[in-house]
Design a protein around this ligand. Structure first.
Ligand SMILES: Cc1cc2nc3c(=O)[nH]c(=O)nc-3n(C[C@H](O)[C@H](O)[C@H](O)COP(=O)(O)OP(=O)(O)OC[C@H]3O[C@@H](n4cnc5c(N)ncnc54)[C@H](O)[C@@H]3O)c2cc1C
Length: 442
């Protein structure tokens, strides 16, 4: 296997171009330039973009074009050397990383500092049929597939004479009522409503079921806002069943944990995340599927290895004894802390522990409604909608994307959502294996 050696400048290899890896790469380049240091920054990532995941429900709901939620790394990180490939294995002793891709043979890269930010994947449970018949919402492929699967089933239902088959095709099941699943069900509902209006039938004929094992929706936003969400979504005809999940899935129905059967062909599984599969190969201590790190985001016993974001169990210094939750908010700030501490390890500036108080959450729930609790101020309705959209538009880390998203939101005020099917994503490409790289159990 070819190995690239660093006879010249030192090399920092960052694995993963999500919120943490992208932010780390960007800030590290600035710090190195300020320190006038010749250090090569290499970003290993299977995609040539950074994905702004909080807007994936809008992509699934046909509101936003997928190109607008991905940030081109070549454009945004001109000083970084991009290696568009997957990190397959890491040798912590020899300080090498092996990368693979469909387009070239495996390659080995050496590193002086390693930053592990491979994020997370959908947490799957041992539910028969889950991997085959459900889709997650962590990637563009999954979001696009869910949108097209629902629309395709709605079209098939229009030509179906058997009322039971028609009802199954007009049923969507979403599992997971934390913010991502709840946003997804709200956006799919809005898309389904647009379809029904265009085709001239009662939107109530399209059934949505939202399930969660918890006894409330969106515990992240507190009881009062959670109750409001429950009322609004139930008012839109979404059948929300708490303390309930899936027991089994087939290609034509799901069985719930209360043994009831729901005929459907469209199932989304958005029940939470666990650390990326790469972490399992490292033989390092883990906590809740995430890599154990110290408050400076260093991996104990490996002074040249750092980790952050969803992949790392970062001590939450604002809530002693806890680790920071897997959110973009923490991943972005940890990306900055990673850059600072890696630079310090190279002799530029000083290391500091990661400490960040949670700023709250903004949750867009489809037409005219959102909830948000920025800095502990609880709000809902149109005010929360404005705050939510402003926040996301501002937080997307590239001007061109911000502009496209703003124009889309404005256009959407006066035009209906597009209902076209492009059929670009196959069932295999959108599966948990094909899309998220979760190893198949069989
Ligand atoms: C639908 C949805 C909505 C969300 N909404 C919000 C929100 O509103 N607010 C909020 O704060 N958080 C939100 N989150 C959570 C947020 O997306 C995550 O916390 C955040 O993405 C974590 O960032 P990260 O950089 O750690 O990982 P990720 O963003 O998951 O990025 C990981 C990167 O590593 C790459 N990678 C993985 N394995 C390898 C490998 N072997 N080799 C090379 N590269 C690899 C991936 O391709 C990716 O580029 C949402 C998540 C989802 C799914």
């Amino acid at each position: 296997m070819p190995t690239e050696n660093t006879a010249g400048p030192q090399r920092v290899v960052i694995v993963g171009s999500g919120f943490a890896g992208f932010t780390c790469a960007r800030k590290l380049c600035r710090l190195l330039a300020q320190g006038d240091r010749d250090v090569e920054v290499v970003l290993v990532t299977p995609t040539d973009y950074m994905l702004y995941t909080p807007l994936l429900p809008d992509v699934a709901g046909g509101l936003i074009d997928p190109r607008f939620v991905v940030i081109s790394l070549a454009d945004a990180l001109p000083r970084v050397r991009l290696v568009v490939a997957k990190a397959e294995s890491i040798d912590l002793q020899r300080k090498t990383i092996t990368v693979t891709s469909d387009y070239h043979a495996p390659r080995e890269l050496s590193w002086d500092r390693l930053v592990l930010t491979p994020g997370s994947v959908t947490r799957l449970f041992d539910v028969p049929g889950l991997a085959e018949h459900a889709r997650g919402l962590k990637t563009v492929a999954e979001a696009l597939y869910l949108r097209e699967q629902m629309l395709r089933q709605l079209e098939l239902a229009d030509h179906e004479d058997d009322p039971q088959v028609r009802r199954a095709r007009r049923t969507v099941v979403v599992v997971g009522a934390s913010y991502a699943g709840t946003e997804l069900v709200a956006q799919l509902r809005a898309l389904a409503d647009a379809y029904a209006h265009r085709r001239g039938f009662d939107p109530g004929e399209i059934r949505f079921v939202l399930l969660d094992m918890a006894d409330r929706v969106m515990p992240e936003v507190g009881e009062k806002l959670g109750d409001k969400v429950l009322t609004v979504l139930r008012g839109r005809g979404i059948d929300i069943r708490l303390k309930t999940s899936l027991k089994e899935l087939t290609d034509s129905h799901v069985v719930l944990t209360d043994d009831s059967v729901v005929p459907t062909h469209t199932v989304a599984w958005v029940t939470g995340v666990t650390g990326a599969p790469l972490l399992q190969t490292l033989d390092l201590p883990m906590e809740r599927g995430r890599l154990v790190v110290d408050a400076n985001l260093g991996v104990p016993g490996h002074p040249d290895v750092f980790a952050g974001g969803d992949a790392a169990a970062v001590p939450d210094l604002t809530v002693p004894g806890k680790i920071t939750p897997p959110t973009a908010q923490h991943a972005t700030r940890q990306g900055k802390a990673l850059a600072r501490n890696v630079a310090a390890s190279l002799g530029i500036g000083h290391a500091a522990p990661y400490k960040h108080r949670d700023m709250g959450l903004v949750v867009d729930l489809g037409p005219g409604f959102a909830v948000a609790n920025p800095l502990g101020v609880h709000m809902s309705g149109l005010l929360a909608k404005a705050v939510t959209r402003a926040y996301h538009t501002f937080a997307v880390p590239r001007g061109l994307n911000r502009w496209a998203i703003t124009v889309t939101y404005a256009t959407n005020l006066v035009t209906p959502r597009p209902l076209t099917l492009l059929g670009l994503v196959s069932p295999e490409e959108s599966s948990f294996v094909g899309s998220e790289g979760i190893p198949s159990k069989r």
